[in-house]
Design a protein around this ligand. Sequence first.
Ligand code: ADP
Length: 457
Amino acid sequence: MKLKHKIHLSSTLLMFLVLLILAVVIYYSFSSLAYETEIERLESEVEVMVSTFNANNNEESPDNILRAYVPVDGLIKEKNQSSGLLDTIIQDPSVNVQIPNDVEGNSGRMEVEGEQFAYVTTPVIWPGGEVVELIVAQSLREVTANLSALRLVLISVTLLSMIPIFLSSALLGRVLTRPIEGLTGTMRRIQRDGSFEKLPVAGESRDELSQMGLTFNEMIGLLEENYRKQEEFVSNASHELKTPLTVISSYTDLLQRRGSQDPALQEEALTAIRAETERMRQLIEQLLHIARRSQAQMDWRKMDLEPVLSQVVTAMNASYDRQFHLQLSGQPLIVETDVQQLKQLLYILLDNARKYSEDRIDLEAGTDGAVYIKIRDYGVGIPKDALPHVFERFYRVDKARSRETGGFGLGLSLARELADSLRLRLEIDSIERLGTTVTIVFSGDFNVGELQSGQEG
Ligand code: ADP
């Protein structure tokens, strides 16, 4: 069954039940109230009758007094207490039913031949001294008639009010399910066409359905963005691989045509092919690095940064003929981090400092509210307008120079991903031709993905 039909049916049924219960409660409360009132009225009438009867000093025949008090649509039965035999029945001509001789209690309600009666019993002393029990009964046909009219009104009102309820719950079902149907339709179109379609969401409303629409649109926006980035990434990576492949293919052609006669050309071709192959190997390695990053497991440990920084600086000094200086503030630098990933981040930043400068490179660490590491070089620097882009994949300030240094524009994007997973803040300050400082800040409450970049003044 469709959701809208379920909503329609269940809300109609629920409302019907509520109205039915309400009608039944109204009917029974009203009927018991009406019957009680009639019994009480009869009781007070009987009280008056008994006091008149007792005040009569044999002046009037007892039957005459009783006759004067016979209720409209009612009767009075006299029962001799000692003989138990029924003496007289005085009744209104409109009543012709047989009231039973034994009734329960002093007053109440009974049904005789399908008709409701209120009754009151009372003993009286007859002029001869005998005790006679009187049963005074009165038909409740008026109340019964009123009650059946009330029943009719309640049934009609219940049935009539079911019409707008039926229509409005159908409307409710449709209103509630329309956005869901829209969502399903959009999803189907996305599945069929591979498009990134968004839902039309009514601007003002803040209800759950518009929240669902907004969340869906945000999710689609994110998917689209990721898809676009992935496409861009694949196209950039293919482009990067195309250049070395073109060089290799041109040199192999050349070798095939003239290689055997020209040893110098042979040497040049082989050197170029080896260099380009190495470049491709490095690119593929970096791409694999990026691909594996998403699966990397974090191994968080509390530690002192000093030995880690010393190891990194020693390794860099041993690998390159350059001067890497470590400057420590002397305070203990206790942080919680994943040491392998932190080292990887430091190697990327130190390698960049090495590639884009000739002078010494400083690695400084200390605390300034939070623990920080600064990597400072005195090289070419980064132009102000390029700073916001340096963390983008495949972005290089100077393509020719990067090619010389072997860069693909992937180092800083990987560094930012590492910093995000290590919950570090990366700041980059640079002045063209003076140098670059990259600051890593350890801060527990750092919002992952946040990046600050600026230029030293
Ligand atoms: P690459 O692998 O090409 O170095 P990165 O992503 O590491 O790529 O850096 C992006 C660009 O930012 C580089 O091409 C370079 O122009 C610039 N850059 C990065 N670090 C420095 C630095 N320390 N000094 C000068 N320029 C830098």
